[in-house]
Design a binder for this molecule. Sequence first.
Ligand SMILES: Nc1nc2c(ncn2[C@@H]2O[C@H](COP(=O)(O)OP(=O)(O)O)[C@@H](O)[C@H]2O)c(=O)[nH]1
Ligand SMILES: [Mg+2]
Length: 287
Amino acid sequence: MLDTKNQLKQSISKVDAILEILDARLPVASANPFVNNLGKDKARLKVLNKTDLADPAVTQAWLDYFSQDLKIPAAAISGTVPGEAGKALQACVSQVQRNRARKIKVMVVGIPNTGKSTILNSLAGKKVAKTGNVPAVTRHQQRTSLANNIDIYDTPGILWPVIEPRERALALAVSGAISDTAVDYHELAFYAATLMIARYPEFLLARYDFLEEAALSRSQPDTSRLDASQFIDTVGRARGCLKKGGIIDYQKASELIIRDLRSGRIGRISYETPEDIEPANETEAHT
Ligand SMILES: Nc1nc2c(ncn2[C@@H]2O[C@H](COP(=O)(O)OP(=O)(O)O)[C@@H](O)[C@H]2O)c(=O)[nH]1
Ligand SMILES: [Mg+2]
């Protein structure tokens, strides 16, 4: 890991600006903790990507938090929407003193699955990087020359071990940053259900119309509301995730819920808010 940190340090020292790609639904958990430190003297833009999947109000709160509280320029985009990546790049390079004779070197950093390759392809206007909902498809650093005298460097998405808080690791796993073979769906579904029951109960009612409104009503005391296990159980039963003898297949039910959440079918959901982070003021503390 020290090695990869040194590599990152070297790569950063060679470029003029950093385009830091984050998942808008989890902009702290999806950040590489070393970039804050290694990139602090560089022109940099925090790109909150996949905003189409995130809660718009929470995304706005993150933009305010980064740009006003932390004084780090930030932009929210959907890399899959034509033109949006270009706007982010523009905002990033506008911070660099331009010397027209020299190329501007921009490095794209980000953990797996945040959308680096999608953004790179959008900037290049053609397919230069492989994309996919599979972590770490980019293996080597590659350079792409763009118009406007800009060279962009794509780095492999390296995932840093997130040890705590546990929620951060779980948010990462739900986002797809961690290989699906390495995740425990039941724990993920429990985490996701807890979050959605607390913050997005109306989305759950709309998606899973067999749920009883009273069971998710905010006006009910917590004890009479559906808890995460009961929720998974109810979804499993209603959607026919059953084993022999009519026993709920928790694995299947959990996978179904995670698939629904990942695809955006439940709604635009953010996993972290600035309030979740601020009390401990941890954002920069890890670096
Ligand atoms: N909904 C949505 N999906 C996106 C967006 N950007 C990328 N993706 C998807 O996220 C997955 C990972 O993207 P990719 O570019 O391969 O990520 P990388 O691992 O960082 O290079 C792919 O399935 C993309 O289609 C976005 O803005 N919105
Ligand atoms: Mg990639």
